[in-house]
Design a protein around this ligand. Structure first.
Ligand code: GAP
Length: 494
């Protein structure tokens, strides 16, 4: 189990992620990535693209501008509804998010309350300013978008995008024409989003600039369900926390078909199962650390009709935390842009003319990176990051056992050959023990050591990170052996 300090300290020590601009005393809500953090994040993005864009040959990546004009965000509803409740102390002026103030006092989720309801709860619970004990209030709605003035006078109002999704909706029609005029069609963006979070005090969990990986699936609600192989997943148990029960620390295991019986569309449940597979099978998150948590009418985002959060339990953040969401956005966005732009968003597929509906699979990349660091952190007589091989920053390290007798030269030659097939890393600094400790802490699953026996043609040793066991492999067999171990095709010899 890892505390927040454990994860952050490893993260800083080994070049993953840390608070930005600390030279100038910090910059709340902004984080920088170091060399290993970028690799881990990139590998997470690679498996995300492979897993979700791989669901159909009509799902594609696009890339769009991060600044959007006010008209587009007015039409999407963000100018009027993308708000949090802001509570300000009347004495010291400190700002708080209303729901977080309540949650700190009640230790349960307090989402979806209006400003008046929050004021009433603050009175009822006698909450004072956590900073100076002054009187709080009154609450008001605060728009979380960062405004930007465009052009030299700044008179054309725009905003940094609060979600990548809008870039997709604005390009839906062009892509539909450029692709095969077929539904379902999926368009994804992996890119930055910006929110002026009121009190980003939860470390890297609540950031003001962050990365999202979002796939918008455009579909015809009359036919989407029939097109998916639901029978193949009908009996899969899905880890669910219903809205009324999600304060609990667990989840129910409900067969996919029973979720449909309870009223969820089969196409929605099919995608819940794909998301669960991504976390349990691809990222190897322990089963009991994953759940899909339903949001009720009050908690849902303004554009969603059905909304389950993807949650991962992280000790460093105090329990189950949202890392993504499965959102049924209906035709809210395309209809909004149709009304705002007067450009028709309907398409004709076969005999049907419709404005497609949207299922959004939305993921916070930074939150996922943090969750992997948290869940992989293991501390005993050493610190080990038990990352799955697919996402580890460096899959293989090559070491000379000692820096003499021609061993470093032999190790470097081996490394040069290996690098043609595997992103291997070479290290000859410090003792072999320190080198093992370093790569254990960045989660490198396998290391190769060249020793005196290698010079006698007896191969090299391969060491496995978690068990620290070693076995010998002849050099010509090494690349194949490592590739098979990394892909999971082979397991480490006992
Ligand atoms: N397009 C839908 C959308 O943006 P959201 O629930 O507001 O939905 C999606 O955000 C995901 O983005 C969240 O589940 C979370 O993982 C990530 N996210 C949202 N706000 C964030 C923040 N302030 N810092 C880091 N990640 C955030």
């Amino acid at each position: 189990m890892a505390s927040y300090e454990d994860v952050l300290s490893l993260s800083v020590r080994r070049g993953f992620i840390w608070p930005a601009v600390d030279l100038y005393g910090g910059f709340a809500g902004f984080y920088d990535y170091g060399h290993n953090g970028v690799l881990l994040r990139r590998h997470w993005e690679d498996v995300w693209v492979e897993s979700f864009l791989g669901l159909s040959d009509n799902y594609h990546l696009i890339d769009t501008t991060t600044i959007l004009p006010e008209a587009a965000l007015k039409a999407s509803g963000h100018v009027d509804h993308f708000t949090d409740i802001l509570v300000t102390c009347t004495r010291c002026g400190e700002s708080y998010r209303g729901d977080q103030l309540l949650e700190a006092a009640t230790h349960q989720e307090e989402e979806g309350l209006t400003a008046q309801e929050i004021d009433a709860r603050i009175q009822e619970l006698k909450i004072r300013c956590p900073n100076c004990k002054g009187v709080l209030g009154p609450s008001r709605e605060f728009n979380m978008m960062f405004p930007v003035g465009i052009g030299p006078t700044g008179k054309d109002r725009a905003y940094l995008r609060p979600e990548t999704a809008q870039g997709v909706f604005l390009n839906f029609k062009r892509e539909f024409e450029a692709l095969r005029r077929k539904l379902p069609m999926g368009l994804a963006i992996v890119g930055r989003a910006y929110r002026n979070e009121i009190s980003p005090r939860q470390g890297a969990y609540r950031m003001r600039e962050f990365l999202q990986a979002e796939l918008q699936i455009f579909f015809d609600p009359a036919t989407f369900g029939d097109a998916l192989p639901f029978d193949a997943i009908a009996s899969v148990p899905v880890r669910i926390a219903w809205a009324a029960e999600k304060d609990s620390s667990g989840a129910l295991e409900i067969p996919a078909k029973d979720l449909v019986t309870r009223g969820l569309p089969s196409w929605y449940v099919w995608h819940l199962v794909q998301v669960q597979r991504f976390y349990l099978d691809t990222l190897r998150i322990p089963r009991d650390a994953f759940r899909l948590a339903e949001l009720d009418d009050k908690e849902r985002a303004f554009y969603n009709k059905i909304h389950f959060d993807i949650q991962v339990r992280q000790e460093s953040l105090g329990g189950f935390k949202e890392v993504g969401g499965v959102h049924y956005r209906t035709d809210h966005d395309l209809k909004g842009h149709e009304a705002g732009s007067h450009a028709k968003q309907s398409v004709t597929v076969g005999a049907t003319k419709l404005v497609p509906h949207v299922l959004e699979l939305s993921f916070g990349v930074d939150r996922n990176v943090w969750a992997l660091l948290d869940l992989s952190y293991a501390k005993g007589d050493r610190v080990v990051l038990r990352l799955p091989a697919r996402v580890a920053p460096v899959p293989v390290a090559v070491f000379p056992l000692v820096n003499k007798d021609g061993i470093p030269e032999r190790a470097e030659a081996l490394w040069a050959t290996l690098r043609k097939r595997i992103a291997a890393f070479y290290d000859d600094s410090g003792s072999i023990g320190r080198r093992y400790a370093r790569i254990d802490e960045i989660g490198t699953p396998f290391s190769v050591t060249v020793d005196h026996e290698t010079l006698e043609g007896k191969g090299v040793t391969v060491r496995e990170r978690d068990s620290q066991k070693q076995f010998r492999v002849l050099e010509p067999e090494l690349p194949n052996t490592l590739e098979r171990l990394l892909s999971g095709e082979a397991t480490f010899p006992a």
